[in-house]
Design a protein around this ligand. Structure first.
Ligand code: ADP
Length: 657
């Protein structure tokens, strides 16, 4: 029961509240941003926000009846609406409306134009078409003003301010008049400018139908007063919000100030772009310079050459790391010069050319010199040239290369060339000599064979001639054998044939063989054997040993005319080798030839050969044989006092093999 009573009580209160809520009809029209019809079909604006807030507090529902300004005025007049907003005071309106005692705003009329318009003053309106809102106070006043100035122009009437701006924007009219509250934010949207024609500041008020709605008027007055005196009142906040944060304040500025601001802003923007561009270009240029500097440094520091620049006092003003590193010059030692690097004689030469480059016509030089760098013998190729420094002073630039390896190769090539030339010369001389060596015995053979044909030849002469033919034949055979042997040695075809042999037997054989020569020349001929016949057994190539000893003995007899010839061997137990020798008291050998006589074809080169026969191959063959048997050969001799040829062979017994 109690519950039912409570529900009834609540319903009663709600119904009472609903019934006691007053509805107030407001004549609405487009007066952006105070009151206007939004695209969603709702009436909005700062008057609307403020009135709605007031409604909540005073239990009033505001209903908006939208139409044109003129319709709004008509509706309040005939009681279709209870109140209007934004109404200026005129005699006529005072007759059918009561005004709030506090004005809503003080506004003024402003003529708006397109940005390229030439309308700057009231007189410029002559002959122009101007849009005005029907029954609008602003339009009415402009008409009075143009009449007063005797300016004739055509007025086109529209239903609201929005239309006025649309007509200006679409260039259907030259100008239009609205109040500044609408003009300031909307001109931005339409891209219009104030012409500077500003007039008629006036207050606008809320109005109600005359002598009716006095309660409403009182409420409006009370709130309006509070709103106007409180910065944070709903009215002021809504005003700011719908005016787009003070856009209006900017728009009321004189046109030239705005233009000036735009120009300054544009100038600042251009300047900033220019500075940005300049910075970018400087950055790019700096990066390029840095890169090329780094490239130069990398190249210079890694180039395998010594690069330097000397000033006109010959002090280094630049040198790459190579110079510092090789010369152990501290990079910090900026005053280093040639003196700190080279020996005095090189310094002298280097500085002489430096001065020449600085002071004479010679503007570049190429030097090659040997010096000590870092303690090592080094060949340098130094290319120097004249330089003019950025401060216009003369200087010497230089690039030096280490050509030690190149020089070594060059020297080797020169040596090889000389050797090749010499060997070529020796071969030519050998061939010339050989033709002589062959022709002589051939002439002997042919000449004496002819003589043998004589019919009355006695036996004694016959034997003599046959002997000459035999000797010439033997000589020819020896020469041919020598040539064959040296060819085999040269081509590596000569083989060693080791076998057991008895040295004493070979010595005995040779001693017997040369007995006749010794007797024929009246020379003492001796042999020496270092071992007993039993001990003298060893392993070697007996043909080669025989050939070497026989060659040396042949030479000894060839070049000895008196005195003695001694040959044989001695045994060195410690060294386990046999030392052979052939000693004569013959003509001897000049010191300069001692080394050469073992070279091939040397006979033709020896000046003092005393026209003794020989192909100059005997000693070369002997040397090759001795070395093939693992030994070595040499000679000791004094010119005019005989010679002794030695050679040693390893003593390997047959058992040891
Ligand atoms: P050849 O067969 O022409 O004698 P060798 O090669 O045997 O050539 O000797 C070369 C040169 O050495 C000879 O031409 C000679 O000048 C010199 N020679 C060799 N043996 C003697 C020696 N016992 N006494 C003086 N000169 C010698």
């Amino acid at each position: 029961m109690n519950k039912t009573i409570s529900i009834f009580l609540i319903l009663f209160v709600v119904i009472t509240i609903c019934v006691s809520q007053d509805t107030v009809r407001v004549g609405a029209f487009n007066l952006y941003p105070g009151i206007f019809l939004d695209v969603d079909g709702e009436v909005k604006g700062f008057y609307v926000d403020a009135l709605n807030d007031l409604g909540k507090k005073e239990n009033i529902v505001f209903k908006y009846v939208y139409g044109s300004w003129e319709q709004g005025l008509a509706r309040v007049k005939n009681g279709e609406v209870d109140m209007l907003t934004s109404v200026a005071v005129t005699e006529e309106r005072l007759a059918y409306m009561d005004y709030t005692s506090t004005p809503l705003l003080t506004v003024w009329s402003e003529v708006y134009v397109n940005p390229n318009s030439e309308i700057n003053g009231i007189l410029d309106l002559e002959g122009k078409t101007i849009a005005v809102m029907k029954s609008d106070f602003n339009g009415g006043f402009l008409k009075q003003l143009t009449d007063k100035f005797d300016v004739s122009c055509t007025f086109v009437e529209t239903d609201d301010f929005e239309k006025v701006f649309e007509l200006i924007n679409s260039k259907q009219v030259d100008a239009g008049v609205v109040n500044n509250t609408f003009g300031a934010p909307k001109s931005v949207q339409y891209g219009l400018l104030s012409s500077g024609i500003v007039f008629n500041p006036f207050d606008i008020f809320f109005t109600v139908k005359k002598d009716t709605n006095q309660v409403l008027l009182k409420i409006l007055n009370t709130h309006l007063y509070k709103w106007k005196h409180d910065l944070n009142s709903v009215y002021n906040i809504a005003l700011q919000k719908w005016s787009h944060d003070n856009v209006g304040a900017i728009e009321v500025m004189p046109g030239w100030v705005r233009k000036a601001i735009y120009s300054v802003l544009l100038l600042i923007a251009i300047l900033m772009i220019f500075i940005g561009l300049l910075r970018y270009r400087v950055k790019v240029a700096t990066r390029k310079v840095k890169y090329s500097e780094l490239l130069f440094k990398t190249f210079m520091e890694n180039t395998p050459a010594y690069v330097y620049i000397k000033d006109n006092k010959l002090k280094h003003i630049y040198r790459n790391r190579m110079v510092d590193r090789v010369n152990k010059v501290q990079p910090s030692n900026k005053n280093s010069s040639a003196k700190t690097i080279f020996e005095p004689d090189i310094v002298q030469m280097v500085e002489k050319t430096d001065y020449e480059i600085l002071n004479s016509e010679v503007k570049q030089t190429n030097l090659q010199y040997q010096c000590k760098l870092n303690g090592k013998d080094t060949w340098l190729h130094d290319y120097k040239f004249y330089l003019r420094l950025p401060n216009s002073e003369a200087a010497v630039g230089g690039v030096s290369f280490d050509i030690t390896k190149l020089k070594e190769t060059e020297f080797e090539l020169i040596k090889a060339k000389e050797k090749a030339e010499e060997s070529d010369r020796l071969k030519s001389a050998f061939l010339a000599n050989m033709s002589h060596e062959i022709r002589t015995p051939m002439n002997g053979i042919l000449g004496f064979s002819e003589l043998l044909k004589q019919p009355d030849l006695n036996n004694k002469d016959k034997d003599k001639y046959i002997d000459v033919i035999e000797k010439s034949g033997t000589r020819m055979l020896n020469i041919i054998n020598d040539i064959i042997d040296i060819s085999k040695i040269e081509s590596g075809q000569m083989v060693i044939n080791n076998q057991a042999l008895n040295v004493n037997h070979i010595i005995d054989d040779l001693y017997g063989f040369f007995q006749e020569d010794a007797k024929g020349k009246g020379i003492d001929f001796e042999m020496v054997k270092g071992l007993t016949n039993v001990e003298a057994s060893l392993t070697s190539d007996s043909d080669k040993l025989y050939a070497v000893l026989s060659n040396l003995l042949k030479n000894a007899f060839k070049y000895t005319f008196s005195g003695s010839i001694e040959f044989g061997y001695r045994y060195h137990s410690t060294k386990t080798e046999l030392e052979f020798f052939v000693k004569d008291t013959g003509i001897g050998i000049v010191e300069s030839q001692l080394e050469k006589i073992f070279e091939r074809f040397i006979q033709a080169e020896i000046d003092d050969k005393m026209a003794l026969q020989g192909a100059g191959l005997g000693l070369a063959i002997s040397k090759a044989y001795v070395e093939m048997l693992g030994g070595r050969i040499w000679v000791e001799s004094e010119f005019g006092n005989g010679s002794t040829f030695f050679f040693i062979l390893p003593f390997k017994t047959s058992e040891a093999v």
